[in-house]
Design a protein around this ligand. Structure first.
Ligand SMILES: Nc1ncnc2c1ncn2[C@@H]1O[C@H](COP(=O)(O)OP(=O)(O)O)[C@@H](O)[C@H]1O
Ligand code: SF4
Ligand SMILES: [Mg+2]
Length: 324
């Protein structure tokens, strides 16, 4: 495994109490593999990724347990300086909002070039040439002419391509893309997602694709990990999960995707709201919203039951769910 997160716990100490954002997340991704992490807003997807990248807001955030193994090393045991070297060169992150991630007063050529100056000791001229190559590679039309432009002069889709170029510049082994297309309109979303998938194949990178929208990632992901209240509730190869979910929450998410053949029909929505992370419900955290909940769900936390060799579900009644 390229990356293995094991039983990770993260909490935020705030004036109002302790928000338990990540409560024992275990997931992994191999070189050349794409893992989609799916879940509603607030389920702990980004916080887990920030812990992996080493960019968690501490305080108020605090890692209270677990391991993050990257190429065999436990990142949580590294000194900040070693950690910095891993970040950028060996793993990189792409965020939803390119405009606030890019420097508004530095032209994109210099921002891209700086990666090579800082990490590869290149001169300015060579770095600029590499910047143009990268912009070509992420298919920004007229790269040579646009290399001196500033971030705000690009469209949202093109800016996201620049973020992707920054991320792949040093050919990292792992990329984490956190809702990389959420701010874009639908056609552009698909183009950016295709580009990301293509580069991932070309460089044989591990890719973690965070999303709240299964429709966007289904075509490019190998595996899916579904998060709820800071836990992985289901983990499966994408096609198996699509065909028959083994967790009622996953089923709810699938049923709430708009489908062409159901145009005009009212869309299903999972009832209720995501839990308050300062007061996570007892037993199965999903029980207040679950159409299949029974007494045992209120008292016993479901462990990740093995559904098959490469599939797990944290639902006491996964069999029933799987049978539909
Ligand atoms: N900087 C922060 N300060 C306090 N609480 C935070 C902070 N970042 C995240 N949290 C808590 O962690 C929860 C999960 O956040 P996040 O991982 O960003 O969710 P998402 O699944 O939408 O990416 C939030 O709902 C919030 O309670
Ligand atoms: S354990 Fe119970 S409440 Fe939780 S998802 Fe399964 S059936 Fe629903
Ligand atoms: Mg997020």
């Amino acid at each position: 495994m390229l990356l293995e997160v094991r039983d990770l716990h993260v909490e935020f100490r705030t004036r109002d109490g302790i928000a338990r954002a990540v409560n024992g997340v275990t997931y992994g991704v191999d070189a050349g593999e794409t893992l989609a992490v799916l879940g509603e807003s607030g389920s702990g997807k980004s916080v887990t990724a920030q812990a992996v990248m080493g960019i968690l807001d501490t305080p108020p955030g605090r890692i209270t347990g677990g391991e993050i193994l990257f190429q065999g090393r436990d990142l949580l045991k590294l000194k900040e300086e070693e950690r910095r070297k891993v970040r950028g060169a060996e793993m990189a992150m792409i965020f939803q909002d390119a405009l606030s991630s890019l420097n508004p007063v530095v032209c994109v050529g210099d921002q891209l070039g700086e990666m090579f100056v800082v990490h590869r000791g290149m001169g300015k001229k060579d770095a600029r040439a590499r910047a143009v190559e990268l912009m070509d590679q992420v298919r920004i039309p007229g790269a040579k002419e646009r290399v001196k432009d500033y971030p705000h002069q690009f469209s949202g889709g093109m800016r996201q391509r620049i973020m992707i170029a920054m991320a792949i510049a040093l050919e990292p082994a792992l990329i984490i893309a956190d809702e990389p297309t959420t701010a874009l309109d639908v056609t552009v979303q698909a183009q950016v997602m295709d580009l990301l998938a293509e580069l991932q194949r070309e460089y044989h990178m591990g890719l973690i694709l965070i999303t709240h929208d299964l429709g966007v990632v289904a075509d490019v992901a190998d595996r899916i990990a579904v998060m709820y209240a800071g836990r992985i509730v289901e983990s499966a190869p994408v096609h198996d999960l699509y065909k028959a979910p083994a967790h009622p929450y996953t089923r709810g998410l699938l049923d709430s995707i708009p489908r062409l053949d159901q145009k005009g029909q009212e869309l299903y929505a999972i009832k209720g709201l995501p839990p308050n992370l300062m007061h996570i419900p007892s037993g199965c955290a999903f029980h207040p919203r679950c159409p299949m909940a029974r007494d045992v769900c209120r008292t016993d936390v479901p462990p990740p039951y093995e559904v098959s060799e490469d599939r797990a579900s944290a639902c006491h009644f996964w069999r029933e769910c799987l049978d539909g």
